[in-house]
Design a protein around this ligand. Structure first.
Ligand SMILES: [Zn+2]
Ligand SMILES: [Zn+2]
Length: 384
């Protein structure tokens, strides 16, 4: 809380008692009630399966629905999927999609600005994790939701916003109650699938605002606090690649490599196969690689604090060369894609494929030379 402006620290806005009691009670029931019930009554395997399924449904509704679909418009979704996301979002109890997206767009627009970013990480872990929801810090902003005008045209978003409270009660209490009746353990279902599930859903989302701005690598940019963290991705349905997300937020993917764990991306892609999602937006590879190389270059310059002008000039040359080769390669790749789309005859495609392979090899070789030079520069700086 160190960088809190003096004026804000002196006069804190009023506490939101509903939020404070909800977070406190659900947390206490989870840490005390769950072990107590497990020891005295035990949870059936049906309830454990119910817990996992509910966690996944509510979690993906936030990541694929609230976040990538509505806050960022990274793709379009069929109405049936939007209804599911609206219900799952109510089940996750994170306010309406309209409200959530409004906060989140402010977060991206003013990231790390302690006065304008609703959950600025620069106000500390606690504030960005949960503190920002415990007081009326942002109340003045919600009168017209003017940063989500586009979403106000979506009847499903507006239906969920208007009936958020009954929908939230129906899903968060009604569903565990129904499940409890079905498996013959109402209290067990309420504690496990109702309360503990909600706490897990809450804190895994909150970790994106707190931990994903503190812990991990700044692979693509250091202009904000967002970090890439593969470990966090495991608990957040793939949202751990937050540094990438902050620089290329229109991309429907957060984890862009095939080995990155990003089930939200897989769900959106599965939706495309089924015809339920369309217009999936991806950042082009050239921009991504360029940002990554620029960041490597910058880090080396900062770390080594190169004083020798010749070394700096050499590094610059190597960097320019690697970027040129990267661009050449992607230009041919693009031509190749265009030709494939037009169903051009095979010899032209084969020729271009060969050219693309050669350019890719040239780029990779240059990238190795550039990395080797970065390493040499850093080692040199350590010796000095
Ligand atoms: Zn963020
Ligand atoms: Zn985002």
């Amino acid at each position: 809380m160190s960088s809190l402006p003096a004026s804000a620290a002196a006069k804190k806005p009023p506490i939101i008692w509903v939020n404070l009691s909800l977070f406190a009670v659900t947390f206490l029931v989870t840490v005390i009630g769950v072990p107590w019930y497990a020891l005295t009554h035990g949870f059936s395997s049906s309830l454990v399966i119910g817990l996992i399924a509910t966690l996944v449904f509510a979690g993906l509704s936030i990541t694929a629905g609230y976040h990538r679909l509505w806050a960022h418009r990274a793709y379009d979704a069929h109405w049936s999927l939007r209804i599911l996301f609206a219900l799952g979002g109510a089940l996750a109890l994170q306010n309406s999609a309209l409200h959530w997206a409004s906060d989140h767009r402010e977060h991206h627009k003013h990231v790390d600005d302690n006065d304008k970013d609703p959950y600025s990480a620069k106000r500390g872990f606690w504030y960005s994790h949960i503190g920002w929801m415990l007081r009326e810090y942002q109340a003045s902003r919600y009168h017209d939701y003017n940063n989500v005008k586009d979403l106000q045209k979506d009847p499903i978003v507006m239906w969920q916003h208007r009936y958020y409270l009954p929908l939230a009660i129906l899903t968060t209490i009604g569903w565990p109650l129904a499940l409890g009746v079905m498996v013959g353990d109402v209290w067990g279902a309420l504690i496990l699938v109702g309360v503990a599930r909600l706490v897990i859903n809450h804190h895994t989302t909150f970790f994106i605002n707190s931990l994903a701005h503190i812990w991990g690598k700044q692979t693509y940019t250091d202009r904000n606090t967002a970090r890439d963290n593969g470990f966090l991705a495991l608990f957040t349905f793939g949202e751990g690649y937050h540094n990438y997300h902050h620089i290329f937020s229109a991309d429907y993917r957060n984890g862009i490599r095939w080995w990155h764990y990003d089930p939200t991306k897989w769900l959106i892609r599965l939706g495309a196969w089924l015809g339920l999602t369309t217009n999936l937006k991806r950042t082009n590879g050239y921009q991504i690689e360029r940002a990554r190389l620029e960041m490597q270059f910058k880090k080396a310059k900062d770390k080594a604090q190169i004083s020798c002008e010749t070394t700096l000039a050499k590094l610059h040359d190597e960097f320019d060369l690697v970027v040129t080769k990267l661009r050449d390669y992607y230009q041919v790749q693009k031509q190749l894609l265009d030709l494939k789309r037009q169903n051009m005859h095979v010899p032209t495609v084969a020729e271009l494929k060969q050219k693309a392979t050669t350019l890719r090899t040239a780029f990779e070789q240059q990238q190795r030379d550039f990395s080797a030079m970065l390493q040499r520069t850093l080692r040199g700086a350590q010796i000095n």
